[in-house]
Design a protein around this ligand. Structure first.
Ligand code: ATP
Ligand code: MG
Length: 325
């Protein structure tokens, strides 16, 4: 293991709202190692996307951040807009849920694949084209030569996402942020994209952060999993230990809500209630209003992630009154 590539420490993001700045991400810390797949899971509104956008300096207008996000020895949160532009696309790339937002509908696949290479890597047209063919082959687009002159609309959703990943990889980034990369796709196509990400990190020593609301998707590929709720880290640890020995009632709730392959719809046990909107995140543990194990102190005391096994931490202190959460 090559050690931490990205170290996020106490990241807080305030978004501008009509009622003033509100915390969408609140004191989040985690690390991503070189070449690993790090999954971030949590229901809608838990702050996953804002965490990723903060790293790239792409937050909505008037957002503010505090904390540190050290990538390859440099703090991304302290960089100027110009310094971040040099990192974005070159060293850290992002793909999102909807490839139509990362791909331009009017530009050919070749233009989109080669413009970053020419800009960041200074490649000439011929060399950039050769690399574009190679990238399309890497993400398993059939007939890459022909695909170059096509436009995104000529491909299926799954193929478009593969092309978006190829564009993201054009400048050989060390870190890929994939925000819900499979949500818009059907299950078999999803599995193909996840296998692709898994292969890429092995072949290209690429670290991947996969963001999803679905812990089931995570279980396929992540080395480590981080569960977020209400803008905070509820639990983080190695995949096996988080999935088989979840310590936070929220993680357990997400796992219980997963459909069992042989159980049918009856096996689904959704978490009661819904996540808090921005500006209405409760004090103490943000999950306490929905938690079957909550005790009075959960309403007032803010739990920090505490060790829960090797490399595993959960922001739910073991409490004799609760039994083992
Ligand atoms: N531009 C914005 N202005 C104000 N609030 C926003 C803005 N974008 C997102 N939010 C709010 O910030 C909070 C965190 O949002 P974020 O998009 O990070 O959630 P998420 O975990 O990615 O959710 P999802 O699974 O729906 O993508 C949510 O309460 C969301 O409603
Ligand atoms: Mg999101």
């Amino acid at each position: 293991m090559a050690g931490a590539l990205l170290e996020v420490e106490d990241l807080t993001v305030w978004l501008a709202t009509r009622r003033g700045p509100q915390k969408a991400v609140d004191g989040v810390s985690f690390r991503v190692d070189a070449g690993e797949i790090f999954g971030i899971a949590g229901e809608s509104g838990s702050g996953k996307t804002m965490t990723a956008l903060a790293l790239l300096g792409l937050l909505p207008h008037a957002a503010r951040t505090s904390g540190r996000a050290v990538f390859d020895g440099r703090d991304l949160l302290a960089m100027s807009a110009r310094q971040l532009r040099a990192v974005r696309g070159r060293h850290i790339a992002m793909v999102s849920q909807d490839p139509s937002t990362s791909l331009h509908p009017m530009l050919s696949v070749e233009t989109q694949l080669t413009e970053h290479m020419r800009h960041h890597l200074g490649l000439r047209r011929g060399a950039a084209r050769d690399r574009a063919v190679e990238l399309l082959a890497t993400v398993r687009i059939p007939d890459p030569e022909r695909a170059l002159s096509a436009h995104p609309a000529q491909f299926s959703g799954g193929m478009r996402q593969r092309i978006a990943i190829a564009v993201a990889l054009a400048c050989r980034p060390r870190l890929l942020l994939a925000d819900e990369p499979t949500t818009a796709l059907d299950v078999t196509v999803q599995a193909g994209i996840l296998r692709l990400l898994d292969r890429l990190r092995r072949e290209q020593d690429l670290a991947v952060v996969v963001i999803t609301h679905d812990l089931g998707v995570m279980s396929a590929v992540s080395d480590r999993i981080c569960v977020m709720y209400g803008g905070r880290v509820a639990e983080v640890g190695p995949r096996e230990s988080v999935l088989t020995g979840p310590r936070h009632p929220y993680t357990r709730g997400l796992l219980d809500a997963l459909p069992h392959p042989e159980g049918g719809a009856a096996a689904l046990r959704p978490i009661p209630g819904s996540p808090p909107p921005l500006g209405q995140i409760p004090d103490g543990c943000p999950f306490h209003p929905r938690c079957a194990f909550a005790v009075p102190s959960c309403r007032t005391e803010r739990p920090e992630p505490a060790p829960a096994g090797a490399g595993h931490a959960a922001a739910c202190p073991p409490d004799p009154l609760k039994g083992t959460p």
